[in-house]
Design a protein around this ligand. Structure first.
Ligand code: 9MR
Length: 358
């Protein structure tokens, strides 16, 4: 048989082999999750409620894409410790057990926050403020108990959340914590957390953290604490953003400010609203907007810019956590369209954008 005839006969085989190769490649790519795509950059995290880990399809989505989990609310003081002798572990245990069973690490959130706090710690029986020592003894007991319970699975804690103000004369938020203790409660919380688990990495966590004025205040507070030997290992940049901001420059400025100061930066609560609202405060509109192709494109572009910038700082950023699993369970409501997955758990254009350009 002459060469030409052989090659004619082999052609269908070659086509079939090529198709098979392409199919294998497509299957492999589609089997990869965010955690695989970003494996050389940072851990990919998600915040969860107990409900997420009760639904099979959501469990699958979590296992496929994420290798770090935060409890959205279940480990906050108000959830765990609503009264002096009352501990409610169910929800946090459920999420922690899901992580233990699936070999997923956890970020603990959070030990001290002016919101969703165990407010009883501030007061005596008559409703007056207790003295600082009594408050610190209660806080220490809380921190030691919580950190010890989860230290096998939690590798990092948001020790103090949102202690800085968004404006005004005083850089510190004028919360009850501040009224009772001044800014001293911050260092106390870090000292108690380090005592409870010397191995956990400890974060100060805040929103509007790319705002030049607030980032300067965060920087100065962390700098002072570190120079005094307070065990702060990292800064948590919450990352409650929108389709217009922050700009790459604003984000890079904040990252460049924080990076030399701490060993670790985590993006702790990432979402990108399809509106002009931003930040971690609760006074936002849940009405949201109707999605259009233009907004969908802006949303994808903003995610792309953010991840390009995060990757530039991959030596310092070691975890990026999305605040909620999909739009249907976002704290912002599905009409703000903030996440990578829609409420049917399907990847959105932003997902394809950040995974494709890798
Ligand atoms: O997503 C959380 C929402 O379900 C709670 O109702 C709210 C209560 O204050 O807290 C939300 O999470 C916040 C996080 O713990 C700290 N940074 C801001 C987040 C959004 O408010």
């Amino acid at each position: 048989m002459v060469n030409g005839q052989w090659s004619m006969m082999l052609r269908p085989l070659k086509v079939a082999a090529g198709t098979l190769l392409l199919l294998c490649f497509a299957l492999q790519t589609s089997a990869q999750g965010l955690k695989d795509v970003f494996a050389r950059d940072f851990l990919m995290g998600v915040s969860l409620s107990g409900r997420n880990v009760r639904i099979d399809a959501e469990q699958d989505l979590i296992r496929r894409h994420f290798n770090s989990v935060t409890c959205e609310n279940a480990m906050k003081p108000a959830s765990l410790h609503p009264a002096p002798d009352v501990w409610r572990w169910d929800e946090a245990d459920r999420i922690a057990n899901f992580c233990r069973e699936n070999g997923i690490k956890m970020r603990g959130h959070c030990l001290v926050w002016h919101n969703q706090f165990s407010d009883w710690m501030y007061y005596d029986d008559k409703g007056n403020f207790v003295d600082k020592e009594t408050f610190y003894a209660r806080l220490k007991d809380h921190i030691l108990t919580v950190v010890n319970r989860y230290k096998d699975v939690v590798y990092a804690w948001d020790v103090v959340n949102e202690a800085m103000s968004d404006g005004g004369e005083n850089p510190y938020r004028q919360s009850k914590l501040y009224q009772l203790c001044g800014d001293e409660f911050i260092e106390k919380a870090f000292l108690f957390a380090r005592e409870a688990d010397p191995k956990a990495i400890l974060f100060y966590n805040d929103y509007n953290e790319t705002n030049p004025r607030k980032s300067r205040n965060i920087y100065e507070m962390v700098l002072r604490m570190r120079s005094e030997g307070v065990p702060i290992d990292g800064i948590g940049m919450q990352g409650h953003y929108n389709i217009f901001g922050p700009s790459v420059k604003e984000l890079e400025d904040a990252l460049s400010l924080y990076a030399p100061l701490v060993e670790h930066i985590h993006v702790t609560e990432l979402d990108v609203r399809a509106s002009e609202e931003m930040g971690g405060q609760l006074n936002f509109s849940k009405e949201g907007i109707s999605m259009t192709d233009t907004i969908q494109a802006l949303h994808a572009q903003q995610y792309e810019r953010l991840f390009q910038t995060f990757r530039k700082f991959r030596d310092k950023i070691d975890c990026v956590t999305f605040w909620n699993l999909h739009d249907g369970c976002s704290w912002l409501g599905e009409k703000n369209h903030p996440l990578l997955f829609d409420k049917a758990l399907q990847p959105k254009p932003a997902y394809y954008r950040i995974t494709a350009e890798k």
